[in-house]
Write a protein that binds this ligand. Structure first.
Ligand SMILES: NC(=O)c1ccc[n+]([C@@H]2O[C@H](COP(=O)([O-])OP(=O)(O)OC[C@H]3O[C@@H](n4cnc5c(N)ncnc54)[C@H](O)[C@@H]3O)[C@@H](O)[C@H]2O)c1
Length: 363
């Protein structure tokens, strides 16, 4: 029986590559076509040593390139587009918003226009699943956002993500595009860019640097392991959902400073001190210091949202989805992965340095 053929935008990024690996490992699709612009945040290495490589095609391209997308939709007989591609680091969106307008607005518009044109020519719709974020709802003092919550984005990143969500919604209302949107909370796990909070903390500790903590560190985030996230996405892609909007949340809300302290505890207790001494000789445990000494409070980021929270939507649960990776276990595995894969994240950091605006962590 013919299985789904999926076009994945941003598939060389952190979550898009985890999604692509899962599809191939579990033989969920006949064909995966990844389109990625390979910005500083995208690396081909995330798709190395992948199961069933013949089913994967990688295309180096920008999703605002409508003629490229037009030809891929036709020639690869795509059934669904899963749209991850975006600029994603909040600090960079404050220093240099242009890239965010380009990828998040023009990039999404490129995908939507190609889908609309395909329908016009072939009288058949290709489905779209668009990846959004909890950040579009803005800072919430106590409640958890449901899909009918108003959008109140605070950063250029979340504003451009909100804009892309509105475009998707407009194409469903105006042209009849079959599209779903999922909002998720903060992801973490292997292969995340070391500018994001959890890998940033780990990389500081392994290189003997201080950890800059924004403000009082009491910002609250809900931490979702990337493997749980792509499990939920896979269900949305392979079922025929009734709900247009899905919320994916781990329901493990923590203050940033508590997450940072937990990582410090885990590294202080890391059992293989010999490995740290050989491979990360400047790390706090290797030089006999406690990781907690690395914590340094710095001036808060402008517009820094205090708290995000999502109310999980019901349909995913009805398909049997639940998050399986508890935060402490997920953090321990993630820490171990960064300890073992120093070459990967150091290379990514070196390659990104020319574009690096700040050494501070994302939310
Ligand atoms: N990481 C999180 O915690 C999180 C949370 C909520 C939502 N999201 C959303 O999930 C999606 C993926 O996030 P991520 O963490 O994997 O991001 P990432 O920064 O790791 O990867 C983004 C990928 O998109 C590619 N890209 C950027 N602009 C492009 C363009 N114009 N054309 C083609 N490719 C382009 C990059 O090269 C990169 O490979 C994004 O839409 C993001 O907004 C992420």
């Amino acid at each position: 029986m013919r299985k789904t053929r999926i076009l994945v935008t941003g598939g060389a990024g952190f979550i898009g590559s985890a999604f692509t690996r899962k599809q191939l490992e579990n033989a969920l699709a006949d064909r995966l076509v990844v389109v990625d612009a390979l910005t500083y945040a995208g690396t081909r290495e995330r798709l190395n040593n992948i199961a069933n490589p013949d089913a994967l095609r990688f295309v180096h391209g920008d999703c605002s390139d409508q003629s490229l997308l037009d030809s891929l939709l036709i020639n690869e007989q795509i059934d669904i587009v899963v749209h991850f591609a975006a600029h994603t680091h909040v600090d960079r969106s404050i220093s240099a918003p242009d890239d965010f307008i380009h990828s998040n607005i023009h990039g999404t518009y490129g995908v939507l226009e190609s889908l609309r044109r395909y329908h016009e020519t072939h009288q058949r719709w290709i489905r779209l699943h668009h990846i959004s974020t909890d950040e579009v709802y803005g800072s919430l003092p106590d409640s958890a956002a449901t899909p009918d919550f108003p959008y109140r984005p605070s950063s250029p990143y979340s504003a451009t993500k909100a804009g892309s969500d509105h475009l998707v919604h407009a194409y469903t209302q105006t042209f009849g595009l079959p599209a779903t949107i999922s909002h998720c909370t903060n992801n973490y796990g292997p292969f995340q860019h070391p500018e994001k909070l959890i890998p940033h903390v780990i990389s500081c500790l392994l290189s003997g640097q201080s950890i800059p903590v924004y403000g009082d560190g009491l910002q609250q985030r809900d931490w979702l392991h990337v493997a749980d996230h792509v499990e939920a996405l896979s269900m949305i892609v392979h079922h025929n959902p009734d709900e247009a909007v899905h919320h994916i949340s781990a329901q493990t809300s923590r203050n940033n400073i508590d997450v940072i302290r937990l990582i410090c505890d885990l590294l202080d207790e890391y059992p293989d001190k010999g490995f740290l001494t050989i491979h990360h000789p400047r790390s706090y445990p290797a030089i006999g210091r406690s990781c907690h000494e690395a914590i340094t409070f710095v001036k808060d980021r402008p517009g820094h949202d205090r708290r995000y929270a999502l109310m999980p939507t019901q349909e995913l649960e009805s398909w049997g989805f639940r998050c399986r990776i508890p935060l402490e276990a997920g953090l321990r595995d993630t820490l171990n992965w960064y300890i073992q894969n120093g070459i990967w994240w150091k290379t990514v950091m070196d390659n990104s340095r020319s574009e690096s605006i700040t050494n501070k962590p994302n939310s």
